[in-house]
Design a protein around this ligand. Structure first.
Ligand code: ZN
Length: 127
C-alpha cells in the first residue's frame, strides 16, 4: 500500500472539520459506528483483514481478487438482488450515478446511511 495515497476517509473528507460528521444525527451508537467503519474502510471484510495480516488473501468468495467495500456494495455477484434494491432507493435521493462508496459516503444524509444499513442487514455482510 502506498503510504502517500489518501485514505478512504481522506477521500470522503479532504478537509478537516471540527464537528464530527454524526454531530447532527440522532442515531444510536451502533449505527454511526458502522457508518464510521465504512468511511474508514475498516471492517471484517477481506481487504481490511488482509491489510492487518489476519488472513492470507483479500479475495471475495465470488472469485473477485479484492473484497473491499466498493466490491461488497457495488459489484459483488453474491448480492445482486439486494444491490438492485439499494441502488433503486439511493436513486431517489441525491446520489448521482455512476457512483462509488466514497461518493455515497460523502452524503451526510441519514436516509442514505439507512439505505446502506438496510443493505448490510439484508446481505448479512460483516462490517
Ligand atoms: Zn464478491
Amino acid at each position: 500500500m502506498n503510504d502517500q495515497a489518501p485514505t478512504q476517509y481522506g477521500l470522503i473528507y479532504p478537509t478537516i472539520n471540527c464537528r464530527a460528521w454524526y454531530a447532527n444525527l440522532s442515531v444510536l451508537r451502533w449505527f454511526y459506528s458502522t457508518i464510521a467503519r465504512l468511511k474508514f474502510g475498516h471492517g471484517q471484510f477481506p481487504t481490511h483483514l488482509y491489510r492487518l495480516h489476519l488472513i492470507e488473501s483479500p479475495a471475495c468468495s465470488c472469485g473477485n481478487v479484492k473484497e473491499d467495500i466498493n466490491h461488497l456494495f457495488l459489484e459483488c455477484d453474491n448480492f445482486t438482488a439486494d444491490r438492485k434494491e439499494m441502488l433503486r432507493e439511493l436513486s431517489k435521493m441525491k446520489v448521482e450515478f455512476p457512483t462509488n462508496m466514497v461518493q455515497i459516503l460523502r452524503h451526510n444524509n441519514i436516509n442514505v446511511y439507512r439505505v446502506l444499513m438496510k443493505y448490510i442487514k439484508s446481505t448479512n455482510i460483516l462490517i
